[in-house]
Design a protein around this ligand. Structure first.
Ligand code: GTP
Ligand code: MG
Length: 201
């Protein structure tokens, strides 16, 4: 799929204020600094579309981007971010879990995992929560440009082993890099397939 148009649409602090659910929607979520905003920019080919920062906690709202006038990408704040007050953390968690559970047009959520790290408890808890709520998700391993191929394969195997304790089959997963654009074609292809499914629904 070619991205012809990608624009910021609106930011909200509550799912109920989000745009009319007229288009299929895909959310990007993961721990702070994992590379959610960078990946949105890489996929859309617009360097400055979503705000990026080396300081975790940059994204604080539910941010909608309209793509090709026919579907939404959503950038969400990171989870597991220690350096914010407990009350803000609880507010974000509620905002995100309400959004994920109530947004009717949310076709799939891309859960981002840092490919340099072994399975992290906060990520596994989050993936398990998706399973419990029966929400559709795809795993995206980020920053693959930052490790060796061997290390990458080792970490992927570890994730697979842990996830197979909960799932009969490992969840769909794609290795990505915002630097090299690895995974771009696969992610866009998947979204195109989901979009077709949405149209025929
Ligand atoms: P929050 O909004 O704070 O939750 O962070 P985020 O998940 O949106 O991460 P963001 O895209 O802001 O990226 C965090 C840092 O990682 C930035 O310094 C990016 O330049 C860097 N980064 C993100 N993706 C990649 C990647 O694929 N490769 C490399 N080398 N660096 C990356
Ligand atoms: Mg961000």
């Amino acid at each position: 799929m070619e991205i012809q148009q990608a624009e910021f649409f609106v930011s909200n602090n509550d799912y109920s204020k989000c745009p009319k659910p007229a288009f299929p929607e895909y959310a990007f979520i993961g721990r702070s600094n994992v590379g959610k905003s960078s990946l949105i920019n890489m996929l859309t080919g617009k360097k400055h579309l979503a705000k990026i920062s080396g300081t975790p906690g940059k994204t604080q709202l539910i941010n909608h981007f309209i793509i090709n006038n026919s579907w939404y990408l959503v950038d969400l704040p990171g989870y597991g971010f220690a350096r914010i007050s407990k009350s803000i953390k609880l507010k974000w968690e509620k905002m995100i879990s309400d959004y994920l559970q109530n947004r009717n047009n949310l076709v799939a959520t891309f859960i981002l995992l840092d490919s340099r790290l072994e399975p992290q408890k906060s990520d596994l808890d989050f993936i398990t929560w998706f399973g419990e709520k029966e929400l559709n998700f795809v795993l995206l391993f980020t920053k693959s440009d930052k490790i060796s191929k061997n290390q990458l394969l080792t970490n992927l195997e570890k994730y697979k082993a842990v996830l197979l304790q909960y799932w009969d089959e490992p969840p769909v997963s794609i290795v990505t890099s915002s630097k090299t654009a690895a995974g771009k074609a696969q992610v866009l292809q998947l979204i195109e397939e989901f979009n077709t499914g949405w149209k025929n629904f």
